[in-house]
Write a protein that binds this ligand. Structure first.
Ligand code: F6R
Ligand code: MG
Ligand code: MG
Length: 369
């Protein structure tokens, strides 16, 4: 595939919000946007700053490749400047995701979530920018599996000879903290092996997907686990994702298709529950039980690094129907409160409270003969 080499970078953080963990203030978003505009003019080709729930994401197009120090520093500094405004306004959780104090070349491992891909820009290059709040990176596992390997969601696997060659999934073991532990699996041959890993959303996370027809990168997901960096709960990992669509990749509608399931994901209140993932309109807030977990999708075309305006992929009457169905699922699981499947297993409980209760009670157990 010939074309311009460009890099799409998304760097995202929760640096404070209004009324709890709901939504950043307009002034905060504007501060981040202005910082990027004023300081990055010689660095990027284009950019887009947006919020999903309490998170702010910076999308940049540029020619400096992945993990570029200047691009990462620009985003880091924008979040630092934003944090000062968040503090000034008394926003809740000001600077929450900035876990380190000084910038060391790359925001990975410093708190913000990152996903980037370097691509050969096609003459017309449609892509989708997903951002989710009140959940974690494994939330994209099932939709990616279905869009790229299941003809029930992706008709192209049957109807497009290119796509029937399948895809390569790179899956990361996010429980491995000393470096990136990754496996590559090819579909369709290794679909069952892939499913066996992806059933465990908290441990195995799809990091990227490539087309086997032309080796072009289709998707990239942020894989940060904040508690691995901080050693304790500091907020959920609220993942971002980029997906290129059409031609050798699934069509936009095939990528969106699995979001009508409202599958149950980890997150929701205090990052400790299970709730259905609701596809919402851009700029939606967070509400019921600090949730439900939400995902937004901004569709773009990029040409010579210049972005079109975003189109809100979930702003359509069809998704109103889905949102009602997902609300029903959220209400249903909430009816059982803390019991069983409604709350995450002990190993995933983000708040220390329950761990302490169980430790305290442990001493009071007596073994009867
Ligand atoms: C979940 C989330 C919220 C908070 C909850 C308690 O990702 O952000 O559900 O965990 O509102 O927040 P704190 O502990 O800050 O009072
Ligand atoms: Mg938050
Ligand atoms: Mg968040």
């Amino acid at each position: 595939m010939a074309g311009n080499k460009i890099t799409l970078s998304v760097i995202k953080a929760d640096i404070g919000s209004i009324g709890g963990h709901i939504k950043p203030s307009s002034k905060l978003i504007e501060t981040v946007r202005e910082h990027i505009r004023e300081n990055g003019i010689d660095l990027f080709k284009d950019f887009y700053v947006s919020s999903t729930g309490d998170d702010i994401a910076i999308l940049m197009t540029h020619t400096h490749g992945k993990a570029n120090k200047d691009i990462h520093k620009l985003a880091w500094d924008a979040f630092i400047e934003g944090t000062a405004v968040a503090k000034e306004q008394g926003l809740y959780g000001a600077g929450q995701d900035l876990l380190k104090t000084s910038f060391s070349g790359n925001v990975k491992g410093m708190g913000p979530a990152v996903c980037e891909m370097e691509i050969n820009e096609r003459p017309n290059e449609p892509f989708l920018f997903f951002a989710a709040d009140k959940t974690d990176p494994g939330a994209y596992n099932l939709p990616l599996f279905l869009s790229f390997s299941d003809p029930m969601h992706c008709a192209g696997l049957l109807l497009s000879p290119k796509m029937s060659k399948g895809f390569t999934f790179n899956v990361m073991d996010v429980s491995h903290v000393k470096g990136d532990r990754v496996i590559s699996l090819n579909t369709p041959e290794e679909m069952y092996d892939l499913a066996a890993l992806l059933r465990d959303n908290e441990r195995f996370v799809v990091e990227s997907v490539f087309a086997r027809s032309d080796n072009g990168q289709a998707a990239v997901v942020s894989t940060t686990r904040l508690h691995n960096i901080a050693g304790k709960y500091t907020g959920k990992d609220d993942p971002v994702m980029l997906v290129r669509t059409q031609k050798s990749f699934p069509a936009t509608g095939e990528i969106l298709s699995p979001y009508n399931i409202g599958h149950f994901v980890a997150g929701f209140m205090r990052g400790s529950h299970v709730g259905p993932l609701m596809p919402v309109k851009l700029n939606s807030t967070i509400s019921y039980f600090d949730g439900p977990p939400v995902v937004t999708c901004a569709a773009f075309c990029v040409h010579n690094g210049k972005l079109t305006e975003p189109v809100d992929a979930f702003d359509h009457a069809y998704w109103d129907y889905v949102r009602n169905e997902v609300s029903r699922k959220a209400t249903e699981i909430r009816r059982q409160g803390f019991s069983g499947a409604a709350m995450l297993p002990y190993s995933e409980l983000e708040y220390g409270g329950i761990v302490e209760i169980l430790k305290r009670l442990d001493k009071r157990f007596k073994v009867r003969n």
